[in-house]
Design a protein around this ligand. Structure first.
Ligand code: FES
Length: 136
């Protein structure tokens, strides 16, 4: 995947002089490989907290680690546990079902019983909006 900040020349800006019914006015930005979708207001996800966003049929856990946002699939790779219900401590989230731990920065599985990484998504913050890149 290309850099999360990549945009096509046709992509309109997110704020400012955005046309009222454009994709950008609806919280959507497109890049060459992905579409950035607004998933939360910054204030909705305080440091150390997780918020689930549903984008299409994907449940994405948006994590705030000391003011930096990360996004991962909200589904444990061991047995589909809801990661947003687990504890987030620093950059590590623990699955509430059997205790597998994942690095929300990379998706890496850090402890058993999970051995497969969880999917991560590029994140950017535009003003007060948290945007996650999902494949179009
Ligand atoms: S479902 Fe997450 S550790 Fe088993």
């Amino acid at each position: 995947m290309r850099a999360a900040t990549a945009r096509t020349d046709l992509s309109p800006p997110l704020s400012g002089d955005t046309p009222p019914n454009s994709a950008a006015s609806k919280g959507v930005l497109e890049s060459n490989m992905a579409t950035f979708v607004k998933v939360a207001e910054v204030s909705e996800v305080p440091p150390g907290r997780v918020k689930v966003a549903v984008v299409g049929n994907q449940r994405i856990a948006v994590c705030n680690v000391g003011g930096t946002f990360y996004a991962i699939d909200d589904q444990c790779t061991h047995d589909y546990g809801p990661l947003d219900q687990g504890e987030l401590e620093d950059h590590v989230i623990e699955c509430p079902r059997h205790g597998a731990r994942f690095d929300v920065r990379t998706g890496a599985a850090l402890s058993m019983p999970a051995v497969v990484p969880v999917k991560t998504y590029p994140v950017r913050v535009e003003g007060n909006a948290v945007l996650v890149a999902v494949e179009a």
